[in-house]
Design a protein around this ligand. Structure first.
Ligand SMILES: Nc1ncnc2c1ncn2[C@@H]1O[C@H](COP(=O)(O)OP(=O)(O)O)[C@@H](O)[C@H]1O
Ligand SMILES: [Mg+2]
Length: 329
């Protein structure tokens, strides 16, 4: 029976793991518990929280914030904030542009940049930039980097950015190159002119492409969808998996969270349990290609290290069990 199920043994081997899913299903909890489970088994793990209401610090009893902070044996964490990242990102863009733009135009250009601060896409681009820097510049210190992403639609936009950004930057570069050729025709008798922005944009394009390749490599990167056995999270998971697969990103694992204990006897909870069990069966039928890891509903919120450890132990055991099943097969 077990052998017929897709295995999630591969999940323990990924270097980058993203947690996606509807708001409130337990992405942050699962990501933190998964990172802890990997740390238990000796992997050096970095947990990246993008949750606007960061509570990892409370759970782990350590102030975390915007720099990589040791948490426990083999586990470090960082909390990244959309607002801070957007500000840093725009400052960087300004610095780059101030090298490239004539002084007379500088004020106008800076004003334009301040205007895009709240434009759609800017915050995503900023968060993506930070993700790129973590993956390319910081991940070599770790065996696995675990991202608890923002809710589904957002996540998918973030992930599709490498492709979009590739096209966008390519267009920009071509337009700039053409314009430079026109200028140099006028100003420098056709001699090519140096363009500092060309360097900057090209570098960004290269980095986005590098990350895109890592994300598309299923040996390196894993996508986990977290859901609870209810109607809407199942529907959203289906949509999310379809959307990701349009970008050639394949979800191999589902974490089915908040499962009631079978021992409930009260008629109200018995009713809930029946419903959960039906949806749980539906999850098996609807997602035959994904391995499912079941997680229990605890009697209280997961806001202490102890409760997080309970979930982490479940994950650790499930990974080990499945690894054994697979290696025996
Ligand atoms: N298995 C569980 N048992 C009990 N409470 C849980 C469980 N998983 C998550 N929670 C609680 O549910 C809430 C939402 O979890 P969270 O991980 O923040 O979701 P998300 O990141 O998907 O929005 C939190 O209060 C968390 O403590
Ligand atoms: Mg969250």
């Amino acid at each position: 029976m077990l052998l017929a199920q897709p295995s999630f043994a591969g999940l323990a081997a990924k270097r980058i793991v993203f947690f996606a899913g509807k708001g409130g299903v337990g992405k942050t909890t699962s990501a933190a518990a998964f990172a802890l489970a990997r740390a238990y088994s000796g992997a050096r793990a970095l947990l990246v929280s993008t949750d606007p209401a960061h509570n990892l610090g409370d759970i782990f009893g350590v102030g975390i914030g915007d720099s990589i902070t040791p948490i426990s044996a083999n586990l470090e964490a960082i909390e990244i904030e959309q607002e801070t990242e957007t500000r840093k990102y725009l400052d960087q863009v300004k610095r780059n542009l101030s090298k490239a733009v004539q002084t007379t135009m500088l004020d106008e250009v800076m004003r334009q940049i301040d205007l895009v601060a709240h434009a759609p896409g800017t915050a995503e681009a900023a968060m993506f930039d930070r993700m790129v820097s973590i993956i390319l510049d910081e991940s070599h210190l770790f065996d696995v980097v675990v991202f608890d992403t923002a809710p589904t639609g957002h996540t998918i936009r973030l992930l599709s950015l490498p492709e979009l950004m590739g096209v966008w930057i390519k267009g920009l570069l071509q337009r700039r190159q053409r314009r430079n050729e026109d200028y140099s025709q006028l100003l420098a008798d056709g001699e090519p002119m140096e363009d500092p922005m060309f360097e900057v944009l090209n570098r960004r394009r290269e980095r986005a492409a590098q990350v895109s390749n890592l994300l598309l490599n299923s040996k390196v990167t894993g996508f986990v969808f977290v859901l609870v056995p209810e109607y809407l999270p199942i529907a959203e998971t289906r949509r999310g998996i379809d959307q990701l697969s349009q970008y050639d990103l394949h979800v191999e694992t589902l974490f089915v969270n908040k499962l009631l204990p079978e021992s409930v006897s009260d008629p109200f909870f018995q009713g809930r349990l029946d419903q959960q069990q039906q949806y749980r069966k539906q999850i098996d039928a609807d997602f035959p290609r994904q391995a499912k890891l079941d997680l229990p509903l605890l009697s209280h919120d997961i806001n202490t290290l102890q409760s997080l450890e309970t979930i982490a132990r479940h994950i650790e055991q499930a990974l080990v069990l499945r690894e054994n099943v697979v290696s025996r097969s």
